[in-house]
Ligand binder design. Sequence first.
Ligand SMILES: Cc1cc2nc3c(=O)[nH]c(=O)nc-3n(C[C@H](O)[C@H](O)[C@H](O)COP(=O)(O)OP(=O)(O)OC[C@H]3O[C@@H](n4cnc5c(N)ncnc54)[C@H](O)[C@@H]3O)c2cc1C
Length: 399
Amino acid sequence: MSVTASELEDFRAETRAWLAEYCPPGARGPGPVSNGSSKIKLTDADTLLWLERMVERGWTVPNWPREYGGGGLSNDEYLILLQEMAAINARPALSSFGTSMIGPTLLEFGSEDQKQRHLPRIARAEVEWCQGYSEPGSGSDLASLSTRAVDHGDHFLINGQKIWTSGAHHADWMFCLVRTDPDAPKHEGISFVLLPMDQAGVEVRPIRLISGESRFNETFFTDAVADKADLVGELNKGWTVGKRLLQHERSGMESLVEGGAKQDVMSLVAEAKRCLGMDGAHLADPAYRDELLKYEMDNRVFRLAQRRAVEESEGGTPGAVTSIFKVYGSELQQTYYDLMLRMRGVRGFGDIMSDNDQFTGSELSGTREWLYYRAASIYSGSNEVQRNIIAKRVLGLPD
Ligand SMILES: Cc1cc2nc3c(=O)[nH]c(=O)nc-3n(C[C@H](O)[C@H](O)[C@H](O)COP(=O)(O)OP(=O)(O)OC[C@H]3O[C@@H](n4cnc5c(N)ncnc54)[C@H](O)[C@@H]3O)c2cc1C
């Protein structure tokens, strides 16, 4: 059923009023965001209240069907909600691998039983997921993966190793690509399974980064168990499911929020004023001003192109086009943090220097984000590999 322009305006007015009344002050601006993990206890009262209210309304997953805990919003309504949240600087109440990756994939490929068991728990922020795809030697060439799952009646026994498993140390469940037919051609012997992380057969070892943090892990399986009821799609057809999940990861409404709200040019101008004591209208360096404007134009064009592709896909997620989002979006993120770092000059070296007391919290987190976004052109499939996909699947060029 199509929604008229005036109905959308009514929705905008109601949404604005609801947010004004129910988004607590402590849920606006930077701060903690739940990822659903049962192992991370959030303590900030406003963050918890905000989560509770958004769960009740189905707006942790605004465009999922209501029967699975969603808000049942159309794409247009969802976009309005995001715009109204951005206008008051409201943080998302929940941001997780559940909402952005496995949830949409289960909506498309999951059995009714899988949807009923897993989706409402994601929507209610009761569970966080991790992604068991990459293996040592199987990153870009993911289909060469060798973690083996063997049929044991009502369950599979899994043996092997995954690597770079972000958040595995606080995840409750993993979605995982496993080899179920070692004799078939490599893309055809893979299945997509779900398994709980808290079991004897799963061992998580943190990988320490140069910063001392450990965001990702090696994950080892020794007779780990995945129930047959948690095989998603058909046996040996997991490549199709796994690829679709990657398209969700690289695309969609989530990235409209990420790219839109956080990294706009006004935050750079505000930082220029703060760092340099300048009026934003009189940024001194014309070359730098040109770069700022170029960034802002590219950012806006990107968001519009992304929105058009989402609209054209009529509620679904665009397919191989998401590789364009991934390449362009990650390069924009890197440009944003480059511009920020250059503007800060020596103030941009916090966290790299030994004496961090000399830097403000936002300077320190800026340096960390600049470092972190170096990885954006690698994770979720490196940009070189995305360019191969664009050449083949979007432009139709020969192999
Ligand atoms: C921050 C971060 C978080 C991550 N989180 C997860 C996670 O949660 N779960 C998970 O499963 N994985 C995760 N990964 C792993 C990520 O998916 C892989 O790093 C990525 O797919 C690249 O694989 P690789 O590291 O094995 O590099 P390789 O595949 O060894 O590639 C090395 C280089 O060769 C280039 N290259 C390879 N093949 C080609 C080709 N055909 N054409 C042109 N160039 C090519 C690549 O672009 C790259 O520059 C994460 C990675 C990072 C950085």
